[in-house]
Design a protein around this ligand. Structure first.
Ligand SMILES: Cc1cc2nc3c(=O)[nH]c(=O)nc-3n(C[C@H](O)[C@H](O)[C@H](O)COP(=O)(O)OP(=O)(O)OC[C@H]3O[C@@H](n4cnc5c(N)ncnc54)[C@H](O)[C@@H]3O)c2cc1C
Length: 439
């Protein structure tokens, strides 16, 4: 462990990105203070500040590897809390737009749990560090940034008559997709980073269930919508060894059911009967929870002429992306690793650029998917995107018959390999000449 050289860092937000940022900084700073607007539950349950927490959260293989490296003991604790080990290719029934993926045992292994359980495990391990202090019910209301002076952060607390102000040596924003970072930069007269965005109507609904019936050998299923006509995706995933599963619908411009009967009926209308049949024996163990996420963004943080002194931003505040491929927590883990490795070795702007770059490919993959829907606005469907769709279609079609292509695709989706991996000659030759249906 390196010797602390910077005294106090403040992190805004105690969710995945904030906890990981605090953990990375705790090796460099004498003290790290996390300001969190919520009261954090002392058990793994849903909380208000992370509204998306009731929806399915897949922790990709790369995310799991990164989390274990940064927070040793994470895998063990998550397993103790009931998480289920899954082979992402062999245990899943994956019906993507051009058919069902060929199943094959892999060396990949993910841990599946509810999102509040993942956050709870990280919180339990990270907050053990003696130089991390969590301040709950602390809502940041103002941030002052400057080229020449350290940041100033003002927060309100429920039981305090007046706001508190801190002047930390470093300030890290991890307040998620509703972060006010653009407003803070503007008010501090700093240049605003370019923001790419996509706007589309995606609705989510999820429900905890017990006793779905899958055919032998299968543990989970994912039916992906086929743009532009087929608009509903459905996922069923075990999230606890006691047999609890999370079933989730993702609809493009379609309303979501509010009760379990409607939820089950929507599963039965998916373009593949398997999940509907699996759900026919299931019982709901919670209510149907709905969520709407109409906008995704990627902010080019750090890529401006000037960047505030000793200020960084991380997590969904930089990139809030379509969760179709479950990349957000893995992005936070990759960014936190860079923060830990590069902190103190480079100026704030340069460090911010390195952090932002961790999200670039994830954004390109996810926003390209957004553009499959004709009503998406914000980003243009240009020639490279159209070519990406065509090649992506060929890959997923070939993955229905070629084990090596299915495996390569899974490795890219789990961020174990870059997308260029699919273009290695021995893999590309198996999908490049794939013929696609005309529609
Ligand atoms: C529907 C949906 C499904 C998803 N599925 C997946 C998935 O399958 N896999 C995956 O890896 N990712 C998924 N994600 C993304 C994932 O939720 C995030 O990427 C991940 O939680 C990291 O977010 P974060 O920590 O940056 O922000 P958040 O989790 O949003 O947390 C922000 C934190 O900041 C606090 N906060 C906010 N404002 C203030 C303030 N002013 N003062 C103090 N505290 C504040 C909040 O209370 C909260 O604790 C999904 C997202 C959505 C919307």
């Amino acid at each position: 462990m390196s010797t602390p050289t910077h005294s106090i860092a403040v992190v805004i937000g105690a969710s995945i990105a904030g906890l990981l940022a605090a953990n990375a900084l705790a090796s460099h700073c004498e003290k790290v203070i996390i300001l969190e607007r919520d009261t954090l539950p002392d058990s793994p349950i849903q909380r208000n500040g992370v509204a998306q927490g009731s929806q399915v959260h897949i922790l990709l293989q790369r995310g799991l590897i990164e989390l274990e490296k940064q927070v040793p003991g994470f895998t063990h604790l998550l397993t103790q809390l009931g998480a289920v080990r899954l082979d992402p290719l062999n245990d899943f029934y994956l019906n993507f737009p051009f058919g069902v993926f060929v199943r094959t045992p892999t060396e990949m292994s993910v841990l599946s749990a509810e999102r509040p359980v993942i956050e709870y495990a990280l919180r339990a391990l990270i907050l053990r560090r003696k130089n991390i202090q969590l301040v709950q019910q602390a809502r940041v209301v103002k941030v002052d940034l400057s080229r020449a002076a350290v940041p100033r952060v003002t927060f309100s607390q429920a039981d305090a008559a007046e706001n508190n102000t801190l002047h930390p040596d470093w300030l890290i924003d991890a307040s998620g997709r509703s972060s006010r970072v653009m407003e803070w930069l503007q008010q501090s007269e700093m240049p605003l980073p370019q923001e790419e965005h996509t706007k589309l109507s995606i609705n989510y609904a999820s429900c905890l269930i017990k006793n779905p019936t899958f055919p032998a050998q299968l543990k989970a299923s994912y039916i992906l919508a086929r743009a532009p006509h087929d608009r509903m995706s459905g996922l069923i995933l075990p999230v606890h060894r006691d047999g609890t599963h999370l079933a989730a619908l993702q609809g493009f411009g379609t309303d979501m059911p509010s009760d379990f009967a409607g939820f089950r009926a929507a599963f039965q209308r998916l373009r593949d009967p398997l999940p509907g049949e699996a759900l026919s024996t299931a019982t709901a163990v919670d209510e149907v929870r709905r969520f709407n996420k109409p906008r995704n963004h990627f902010r080019h943080m750090g890529f401006t002429a000037d960047w505030p002194l000793h200020f960084l931003t991380i997590g969904d505040s930089i990139a809030s992306i379509n969760p179709i491929y479950g990349q957000g927590m893995t992005g936070a883990a990759l960014a936190a690793r860079v923060l830990g490795e590069r902190f103190g070795k480079t100026a704030s702007g340069s460090l911010q650029r390195k952090i932002t770059r961790q999200y670039r490919t994830l954004w390109e993959i996810a926003s390209s998917e957004d553009l499959r829907w004709p009503e998406t606005t914000g980003k243009a469907k240009n020639l490279p995107v159209a070519l990406g769709h065509l090649l992506g279609n060929k890959v997923v079609k070939a993955a229905t018959r070629e084990k090596s292509v299915a495996l390569a695709y899974a490795e890219v989706m789990h961020v174990l390999q870059p997308p260029t991996h699919l273009f290695k000659p021995h893999i590309a030759l198996k999908w490049l000449f794939e013929r696609l249906p005309r529609d």
